[in-house]
Every structure is written in C-alpha cells, then in structure tokens.
Design a protein around this ligand. Structure first.
Ligand code: GLU
Length: 280
C-alpha cells in the first residue's frame, strides 16, 4: 500500500512551487488508493513559526489537497510535528553513534571554508567537508549523548550512490566528491534535516517521497542513512523545479507567488496549480 507524505517547513508562506510538488504527491497517492501523511518540519526553531504551520495547512486544504494522517487529523504514527518527536530522533542518534557511522565535529563553517582550496561554485551550496578535518575512526565512541556539539556522518569516499527517480530516471552521485561528511545532529540539540526526514519517513511507513529536484543531492545523503540503519528506502520522485519567466528559481523570487497572495488576487485553486508561472 502506497504511503506518501507532505512535509512542509513553516519558515514562510507556501508558494506556487510547493503547491505543485505537494499536489503531485497527493495525486500519486490518490491514484494508487494509498494514504497521505502530513508532517510539519519545524526543527529550525529560529526561523519556523506556528502561524506559518497553520497557514500551510489552510493553504493546502484550500488547494483541495486532503491527507489521512497529520497534525490536524491525528493518526497512529504521530505526533506529526517534528519538534514533538525529539525522543525518537535521539534514539536514532544512538543507533548511528553505536555503529560508528558518525563523529562529533567542532569545526565551524569558517574552518571548513578556510581549508578548501577552491571556493565552492554556488554560494548557497553547502561546502564539501574536507577529509583533512575528519577525525580518526572511533572518535566519539565513548559519548552517551550528543551533547552541545555537531555530529557528522562519515561518508564512504568515492562510493557512487545510484538511485532511480520515477520521473528523471537513474541518478548517480559520488560520496566525497558531490557531497562530503554531512551534519546529522546540531549542537543546539536538534537532528539535522537529513536525519530527521529519514527517521520520520521510516517511522511513518512512507513508501514514496515526492520532493523538489533541488533535493536530489539530499536524497543521495539520505540513502546512506537508510543503509546505515538497515532500513528500506522509499521510492523517489523529484519534481522539476519551478522557474519563473526569466528562468530564475522560484524559491529565490517568490514575492507575489505565495498561494495566499494568488488566492487573494482572485485565482482559483486550479489556476494556481496549472497556470504557466510566467503568466501568474
Ligand atoms: N521540509 C522539507 C522541505 O520543505 C521537506 C523536503 C523533503 O524531504 O521532501 O524542504
């Protein structure tokens, strides 16, 4: 039985790009007679706001999307709000720590940047963590809790990670080249996005993940987490990114294109979902 999910991060109002990815997730679940789960990903406590979480639910309901499990309807795999699931995330930290997949890391972003020979291409891309800054095997083995420090996943250098994308075909990324040791736990006491999303997709029995194509690299990292836990990974569907008339990524330029602004302008749900972005 297919189980899909909508997993918005409430740092702002959802825009038309989110609307289309979420609608695709919902349509696929609906067509297969499966179950759709709604999960609020509010671990970035500095930027997430309860009013955005409530607005996301309202906007997606207005678009006509319906889910069977979620913060507003309940269900057997809840709570469906990540900030209420820390106990579960801590258990997953213990598993990764005990199996030696992760290590504590006190290097700052500045340290990482300083030790890189070439500046990374896109300024918003996470710089690849240099192997020179990685501690020897066994670092952090005595820890009993994450403590106030970052933890990183030790990636298998040079190993290709290949997966099938239901829309875009076979994808391959190389660990250590396309991405480096990535954060799994933050020193502020929260899991990273990569760990939280894998831990929860597994706990909620998700069998298909639909997300934007900007997360392809994240999917490769997440596959390493599935392997480390010995869990079966879901199938992957990466929706091509929505770009505006000038080819710019919507996420960077979404003023006027939030679902509620379009609704206030008088557009119908169908128009928000189907109109060419340049003409919105
Ligand atoms: N909360 C994440 C986001 O909104 C979820 C993405 C995903 O894993 O599908 O970017």
């Amino acid at each position: 039985m297919l189980r899909g999910r909508l997993a918005p991060t409430p740092t702002g109002y959802l825009h038309v790009g989110h609307a289309r990815t979420f609608a695709l997730a919902a349509q696929r679940v609906h067509a297969a007679g499966g179950t759709l789960v709604y999960r609020t990903e509010d671990l970035d406590t500095g930027r997430c706001r309860p009013e955005f979480a409530a607005a996301a639910i309202e906007d997606l309901l207005w678009l006509g999307l319906r889910w069977q499990e979620g913060p507003d309807v309940g269900g057997p795999h809840g709570p469906y709000v990540q900030s209420q699931r820390l106990e579960w995330f801590r258990k997953t930290w213990v598993v990764l720590q005990a199996s030696g997949h992760i290590y504590p890391c006190d290097k700052s972003r500045k340290d990482v940047e300083r030790s890189l020979t070439a500046p990374h291409a896109e300024d918003d891309a996470e710089p690849i963590f240099p192997i020179a800054l990685r501690p020897a095997a066994g670092a952090g083995r005595e820890a009993r809790e994450p403590g106030p420090t970052n933890w990183r996943f030790r990636v298998p250098d040079g190993q290709p990670i290949t997966f099938n994308d239901e829309l875009q075909g076979t994808q391959t990324f190389v660990a250590g080249r396309d991405f480096g040791d990535f954060l799994v736990w933050r020193k502020d006491g929260f899991p990273s996005y990569e760990l939280a999303v894998v831990a929860d997709d597994h706990a909620m029995g998700i069998t298909e993940v639909v997300r934007g194509a900007d997360l392809l690299l994240s999917t490769a990292r997440q596959i390493l987490l599935y392997r480390a836990f010995g869990w079966t990974a879901p199938t992957w569907v990466h929706n091509p990114l929505v770009v505006d008339a000038s080819g710019k990524r919507l996420a960077k330029r979404s003023a006027g294109l939030s679902i509620r602004e379009l609704r206030a302008k008088g557009l119908s749900a169908a128009q928000v979902l189907d109109t060419e972005i340049g003409s919105l």
